[in-house]
Write a protein that binds this ligand. Structure first.
Ligand code: SAM
Length: 249
């Protein structure tokens, strides 16, 4: 069947992205090293920027909205924050759609940030008391605590998922929804995270992950799980796609 104009456009876009990703994968390690070293050098600068912002807030008696808080976090820790702005509503909704609100058990969210995906989960019918939010950034944790007081908030490193949640979860999780910038981590860490998440869930439960990349951030050669991808969400900036991984029953 001949391709429609949007399909042709999408195919062309994907081809261009793939061309960009080949050199990216070749130099990924080197680039990562350079970014980390830049990150360290930026540390002093970002502390000064942070202090200036605080002075500005005090002087004007204002608080910053989520976009500015996010940008500030990205300036401080680009690799950990992984995006310059919170996810858009369409992307958040697309992620939440993979969680069945009628399922049983906690819903774990990794890297909720200022809470756009959390909000979409709640709007989709997941009770806030079922949410277990794992966030690294203390400033985001304070926001989440105010917005979702009924949720269980865990301030910590999601890559130590087993240690963080093993004793906290009283029953298998219904889903794990992740906005972590997985691609900035070595492959073995990503694979360990997904395996640990599968161990906390019942077989068949979804591990939901968004990415700006063309390729799946979890290698599909990992055995014992299925993977499906959503359409690219063009209206998110940058356009993103949702991947869902499920452990085979
Ligand atoms: C790309 S942002 C997504 C935030 C939000 N869910 C959204 O969609 O706008 C990634 C989030 O993951 C958090 N994060 C990054 N590494 C983490 C880690 N190892 N453990 C817990 N949270 C982490 C960051 O602080 C940030 O809030």
């Amino acid at each position: 069947m001949p391709l429609t104009a949007p399909q042709k456009f999408e195919r062309k876009f994907e081809q261009q992205l793939r061309l960009l990703e080949i050199p990216k994968s070749i130099f990924e390690r080197n680039i990562g090293r350079h970014i980390r070293s830049l990150d360290r050098k930026c540390d002093g600068l970002s502390k000064r920027i942070e202090e200036k912002i605080r002075q500005f807030e005090r002087k004007k008696g204002i608080g910053l909205d989520d976009e500015v808080r996010f940008l500030r976090s990205w300036i401080e820790r680009p690799l950990t924050t992984g995006a310059v702005a919170p996810s858009g509503r369409l992307l958040a909704r697309a992620m939440a759609r993979y969680v069945d609100p009628g399922s049983e058990g906690p819903v774990v969210e990794l890297g909720p940030g200022t809470g756009p995906v959390t909000d979409a989960l709640v709007k989709a019918g997941v009770a806030p008391s079922r949410l277990v939010l794992v966030e690294f950034n203390p400033a985001f944790c304070r926001i989440l605590h105010t917005r979702y007081p009924e949720a269980t908030l865990v301030q910590g490193d999601a890559y130590s998922l087993r240690r963080l949640l093993e004793t906290l979860l009283l029953q298998p999780a219904a889903a794990v929804v992740s906005s972590l910038p997985l691609i900035t981590k070595p492959l073995r860490m990503r694979m360990r995270l997904v395996r640990d998440a599968f161990d906390l869930m019942l077989p068949g439960a979804p591990f939901v992950q968004f990415t700006y990349s063309v390729a799946s951030p979890v290698p599909l050669r990992l055995r014992g799980f299925t993977a499906e991808a959503s359409e690219r969400i063009w209206l998110n900036l940058p356009p993103a796609r949702v991947w869902v991984y499920r452990k085979i029953r």
